[in-house]
Design a protein around this ligand. Structure first.
Ligand SMILES: Nc1nc2c(c(=O)[nH]1)N[C@@H](CN(C=O)c1ccc(C(=O)N[C@@H](CCC(=O)O)C(=O)O)cc1)CN2
Ligand code: GAR
Length: 192
């Protein structure tokens, strides 16, 4: 039976888009739900374009009810993918889906991770530190921001005249190349 993926995203959802494309006609898995905390998130439009259902929740529902967990359990979700999701995953969700939640982060963790480190803030910090290389990390999610077991890293070189947009672009290219493939490999190894 195909594995079932749910994606959490808070913004544009370009990674969610690549994952939906990859699993559209795929024998290993399918994307069955997109979840967001942001009613303005462009990922909602992307989900509609793929005719994949979406669910919008607020802080009350996410942190003070079991509604999201119940929804994910009812849909028999095998893997939860955080793709630019900006809220801390609560203990209750981690316990309901042990070793089944992964995240992508736009740096070579443990560098430039933790609270406050998301999106452009990460790229700006990398630029300010005059790093000669950076990259992406895909990792399991634990109770802390960006500290779970690492699954995959890939790197790119930073040239002396690279600006914020170029660093962002290079990182995004790596994310779009690797994330869906890493997810597929992980799902192939996962017991049902
Ligand atoms: N329990 C976990 N939850 C989440 C993890 C994780 O590893 N464990 N990863 C994050 C994603 N993340 C980077 O990869 C990240 C996202 C957001 C923040 C942050 O500081 N957020 C702000 C709120 C921003 C907003 O609502 O606009 C905050 O919490 O004050 C840090 C890291 C996803 N969740
Ligand atoms: N700390 C989490 C974090 O910074 N995540 C980053 O947000 C972007 C979302 O882009 P997208 O909405 O276009 O996929 C991605 O670059 C992802 O690594």
């Amino acid at each position: 039976m195909k594995k079932r993926i749910a994606i959490f995203a808070s913004g544009s959802g370009s990674n969610a888009q690549k994952i939906m494309e990859h699993f559209k006609n795929n024998s290993v898995a399918e994307v069955v739900l997109i979840l967001t905390n942001n009613p303005e998130a462009y990922v909602l439009q992307r989900a509609d374009n793929f005719e994949i259902p979406s669910h919008l929740f607020d802080k009350q529902e996410f942190y003070h009810s079991d509604d999201v967990i119940r929804l994910l359990k009812n849909l028999q979700i095998d893997l939860i993918v955080l793709a630019g999701f900006l809220w801390l995953i609560p203990q209750s969700l981690l316990q309901a889906f042990p070793n089944k939640i992964i995240n992508i982060h736009p740096s070579l963790l443990p560098k430039y991770g933790g609270k406050g480190m998301y999106g452009d803030r990460v790229h700006k910090a990398i630029l300010a530190a005059k790093e000669e290389e950076s990259g992406i990390t895909i990792h399991f999610v634990n109770e802390h921001f960006d500290e779970g077991e690492m699954i995959h890293q890939s790197k790119f070189k930073i040239e002396p005249d690279d600006d914020l947009e170029m660093i962002k672009f290079k990182g995004q290219q790596l994310e779009h190349t690797h994330f869906a493939k890493v997810i597929e490999n992980l799902l192939k190894k996962m017991k049902s």
